[in-house]
Design a protein around this ligand. Structure first.
Ligand code: SAM
Length: 270
């Protein structure tokens, strides 16, 4: 009976996230193309680690902006996403480039990737919080990602941050949510679907238990996440570049890692 219930919840959850992202597809495409440090900082880390010879899996890859960026710098990219609607945007975005030959688009779920063989990829990117949206299936997702990644290869993983969410709750005057979040595991609603926010220790452990060594941890972004939209909008052109440069320096400071609402982990499969 329990097994039946677990299976039901699993299928239900898969369907729900797919439906939610089908509805959010247009907004997701806008977000990926927007001037935002939440999407730009992970890209800086991707560019720092990707190699010409890499065969990349972009897991939960969205509408393809990261896949296009990576295809310019590596051998091949497979973009996997759960939402057919999101993938329609990805297809259209990729068709506008000369990189179609280098990018394969697939619908699929990061928690179960039988379409890929073991050690098929040499670089794995899972940024933008899919590992948070899978909630309790995060252990399966991590296991699957490790299975398809070749030994000594790099994984770049982005997730929602427990401390960042607490800061955000407090900034909105929501003390109760902040206290509850501090005590327990994090299953909460941010702007999008239900999500699981990680503490730095928790994600570090999950990665280590799955045979990874941590290379870098960043808060993406750090202080910009705490600014009001009015202040953020003041930073344009050169000022924007200056802010981004400053954030790139701040985002890896160990004493500030919990400030932003997202965390980024760069790890190597040992
Ligand atoms: C916030 S978007 C991030 C997109 C892109 N990686 C980026 O950082 O710009 C999250 C994406 O993950 C996808 N997603 C969520 N859960 C997933 C799962 N279990 N398997 C595959 N994709 C998933 C969603 O459909 C959505 O396109």
């Amino acid at each position: 009976m329990n097994l039946f219930k677990t299976l039901f919840n699993m299928i239900h959850r898969h369907k729900k996230i797919k439906e939610e992202y089908d509805l959010l597809a247009e907004e997701e495409d806008k977000q990926e193309k927007s001037k935002s440090l939440r999407v730009e900082i992970p890209r800086e880390f991707i560019e720092k680690y990707i190699k010409k010879t890499d065969v990349v899996l972009d897991a939960g890859g969205g509408t393809g902006v990261n896949a296009i960026l990576m295809a310019e710098k590596c051998k091949h990219v497979t973009l996997l996403d759960i939402s057919p609607k999101v993938l329609e945007y990805a297809k259209a975005n990729i068709a506008k480039t000369i990189l179609s030959e280098k990018i394969e688009i697939m619908q699929g779920d990061i928690t179960h990737m039988p379409q890929f063989s073991g050690s098929q990829f040499t670089f794995l990117v899972c940024v933008g919080d899919s590992i948070s949206y899978v909630l309790n299936k995060r252990f399966d997702a991590m296991k699957e990602m490790m299975r398809v990644l070749k030994k000594n290869s790099i994984l770049i993983l982005g997730c929602d941050s427990k401390l960042g969410f607490i800061r955000d709750y407090l900034s909105k005057g929501n003390l109760n949510e902040a206290v509850i979040s501090m005590k327990g595991n994090q299953t909460c609603c941010g702007m999008g679907p239900k999500t699981y926010a990680y503490s730095i220790d928790e994600m570090t452990q999950l990665l280590k238990q799955n045979g990874c060594e941590i290379i870098e941890i960043a808060s993406t972004p750090t202080f910009t996440d705490t600014l009001s939209p009015e202040i953020k909008n003041k930073y344009k052109n050169e000022q924007w570049s200056k802010l981004k440069k400053l954030e790139m320096e701040l985002c890896v400071k160990p004493e500030l890692l919990g400030v932003g609402s997202h965390l980024l982990f760069v790890a190597r499969k040992c």
